[in-house]
Design a protein. Sequence first.
Length: 157
Amino acid sequence: MGMQAKQYSGDGTLRTCSNLIGQGYAIEFAPFDATKPYLASYRLSHVPQVRQDPYVYLRFHSGPSFSFPEDLRKRGTAAIWVSLADTYGRERHALDLPLSSAIWTESQGLFGAYNLDQSQFHFEPQENYVLTVSYKPGDVPPPAANLYFEIDGCAYY
């Protein structure tokens, strides 16, 4: 994974998250205000290859004692849209997700929202991409000051 990680060029911060079973990486993008609409495009080149295609998450940090009640998830009005385009501008994959219908994960105060069927993105080796992300908070955004997008291809047990 080390060599592939060194070849990555693009926006965001790449970190490796491999374990004894497999290779893995994550690319974290800049945080933004959870109460305001957000639109950004990120360049990605030479994205590392792992056994399973990575997922795109909307993430936020909170203290480990914070719990995210089910009713708050259902009342939430925020939504994300993500599009992956290749070098020629062709859309390769897209995600349109109201957060009220998202699958939510939590580990040690790190929350993430994704869709099992739509959030998995495929990256070809040696290819260049543009990942465009959009966030609309609505009247009931997630309970965090800042959010960020992350491509998660970490190896998990």
